[in-house]
Write a protein that binds this ligand. Structure first.
Ligand SMILES: Nc1ncnc2c1ncn2[C@@H]1O[C@H](COP(=O)(O)OP(=O)(O)OP(=O)(O)O)[C@@H](O)[C@H]1O
Length: 310
């Protein structure tokens, strides 16, 4: 297995009255899409800032591409791209100029073909010669992403990349992020749109009050914390639940017309319960199922539902 792209060992950041990051340990694999999730003020931007050189850590080690940033704070950072939350470009440059400057800033030679490629990928070609201040909010965000990618970084941080953008740009960006990852770029993303993490992430990390609570494959998190809710409505009230369905621990409503069942890891599948009901020949008028979304799961984790071993 190749060595991690990024490794955090005991990363801690304290401000005068507050510990924004507390003993964070994390290892990121090459080519993965990692979503860092947590409520406002959890420490996500501080974590990204410490790696990108915008925040000075208090203690701990950061190894970027195998190099300790305390020993070489500059070199490894040339291969990192950051899409910050805040729009931060000079309004008096054109779109293309600001990308050219960015290339120079990262020590890369002038490369107009690369600038064009990124502009096309982010649907900004038509605005190539416009001043950045003349862009709409969504276009500014596209440019922010273009700037973070123009120097072909090996590791990209996307800090709330789609906050305030329209659905179309969000979809475009997701497609682009997937393409980057499939080509070997590693992506670390923070987002409050849980749908974004659900769509994109291979692994998720949950941070709260500066502590990393969990790091796990998204599929495994969904299995462990997720649930499927099954609600069956009968045409007539039932006298009682049939014997064959007792083992499911389902509940019958007060009017005895609807049955609710929650399927979790380790409980029988809801399909089995449905089959048992059909086998009894009960007249069913409606069946409804709802699966947990990552949003529900995150709330469970932050509430501190006791964790089983993974
Ligand atoms: N320069 C600073 N001085 C003092 N406290 C700070 C400073 N920067 C951040 N903090 C505090 O550190 C904590 C973590 O902030 P951070 O911006 O990392 O959170 P976040 O998870 O990115 O939140 P959000 O989702 O709202 O962007 C917060 O309590 C914040 O107020």
């Amino acid at each position: 297995m190749s060595s991690p792209v990024l490794e955090l060992q005991g990363l801690t950041k304290s401000y005068a009255k507050l510990t924004a990051l507390s003993d964070v340990n994390l290892s990121i694999r090459q080519g993965e899409i990692f979503a860092l999730l947590g409520p406002n003020g959890a420490g996500k931007t501080t974590l990204i800032g410490s790696i990108c050189g915008l925040v000075k850590k208090t203690s701990g080690r950061i190894l970027l591409f195998g190099k300790d940033l305390d020993q070489d704070p500059v070199g490894p950072r040339y291969d990192v791209g950051l899409v910050p939350q805040e729009i931060n470009f000079d309004p008096f440059f054109s779109v293309a100029e600001s990308l050219r400057i960015q290339l120079g800033y990262y020590g890369r030679p002038r490369d107009d073909a690369r600038v064009d490629e990124v502009l096309t990928a982010l649907n900004l070609q038509a605005k190539k010669n416009s001043l950045t201040r003349a862009l709409s909010g969504g276009m500014k965000r596209r440019l922010l992403i273009a700037k973070a990618l123009v120097h072909k970084p090996k590791l990209v941080f996307l800090d709330e990349p789609t906050a305030g953008v329209d659905v179309e740009l969000r979809r475009d960006l997701w497609t682009y992020v997937r393409k980057l990852a499939s080509e070997g770029t590693t992506v670390i993303l923070t987002t409050h749109y849980l749908e974004e993490a659900e769509e994109l992430a291979d692994r998720v990390g949950v941070i709260n009050e500066g502590r990393l609570l969990l790091v796990e494959d998204k599929a495994s998190v969904m299995r462990r914390f997720g649930e499927r809710r099954l609600v069956v409505t009968f045409e007539q009230p039932l006298a009682e639940l049939p014997e064959a369905t007792r083992r499911f621990n389902a509940t019958l409503s007060e009017d005895r017309r609807t049955l609710a069942y929650i399927e979790r890891e380790g409980t029988p599948p809801s399909g089995e319960l449905l089959r048992a009901l059909y086998a009894q020949g009960l007249p069913i008028s409606d069946v409804e199922t709802r699966r947990s979304r990552l949003e529900d799961v995150l709330i469970e984790i932050l509430r501190g539902r006791p964790q089983k071993a993974a």
